[in-house]
Design a protein around this ligand. Structure first.
Ligand SMILES: N#Cc1c(N)n[nH]c1-c1ccc2c(Cl)cn(Cc3cccnc3)c2c1
Length: 230
């Protein structure tokens, strides 16, 4: 999978060189390109924003640099998916992350200010699939944090990136439930003991306990994830 990121803060994505995704890049499982939007400006001040038509507070990102950036990064390619983080997007979920992990080329357009001129998404849709996605129902200052979270959630689902694929199965949201609590040594810590069933060696009993714990935790913390009959 190739991931391109366009942003006015390219240094923000330096962290993608370390940890899991850093190794995936070195193993050739993920290709990452981070691009400074200002390389597609042509004025002395490298201007990327201007005042909004119709008035209002803040500034809007100009369409011209974005258009040239997408021209340069998409070329004649037709199967890229352009992802625009925005508070007004569809919710980013584990299911969507799983879908996006199957893509061959993702381009994240990370805006700032009050947003990107709407014609950028409109014109991009004439040459690629475009998805406006929101990380969640709160407001960030730009698209970078959202893109970072999405790239991590998607990247770890790309086959081969996570060493043991089994570890992806029992995670929160993978089966629609929150994950069961986890324990490791010591057996007793500050008077708190690891549940006996986890030390029983009875794999069926462990699986049943973990399932029940996941259901109970989901009912308590995220009842909205449960259909009425669960
Ligand atoms: N994804 C996501 C997401 C989220 N969940 N919260 N905020 C964002 C997000 C994504 C992209 C931009 C761009 Cl471009 C500019 N801003 C700042 C802003 C602030 C208030 C209203 N409009 C825009 C962005 C916020």
């Amino acid at each position: 999978m190739r991931v391109d990121i366009v942003t006015i803060f390219p240094e923000f994505f330096g962290v993608l060189d370390v940890s899991l995704l850093g190794r995936a890049r070195r193993d050739g499982l993920l290709e990452l390109g981070v691009h400074d939007l200002r390389q597609w400006t042509h004025d002395r001040h490298r201007t990327v924003d201007d005042t909004p038509y119709g008035g209002g507070a803040g500034m809007v990102m100009k369409p011209e640099p974005w258009g040239e950036a997408l021209d340069a990064l998409l070329g004649d390619e037709t199967d890229a998916l352009v992802i625009l983080p925005t508070p007004a997007g569809v919710p980013f979920t584990q299911a969507l992350a799983r879908e996006l992990a199957a893509e061959s080329h993702l381009l994240f357009a990370c805006g700032r200010y009050e947003g990107i001129d709407a014609r950028v998404a409109e014109h991009a849709a004439t040459r690629a699939r475009v998805l406006e996605v929101s990380l969640g129902d709160y407001v960030l200052n730009g698209g970078e944090v959202a893109a970072m979270a999405m790239i991590e959630a998607i990247g770890r689902l790309v086959p081969g990136v996570v060493g043991n694929p089994e570890s992806l199965v029992e995670e929160s949201h993978e089966d629609g439930l929150l994950e069961h609590p986890s324990y490791t040594k010591p057996q007793v810590w500050r008077g708190l003991e690891v549940p006996e069933v986890l030390r029983s060696g009875n794999h069926a009993a462990v699986a049943a306990w973990r399932r029940e714990q996941a259901l109970e935790r989901t009912r308590r913390v995220r009842p909205d994830l449960l259909p009425d009959d669960r």
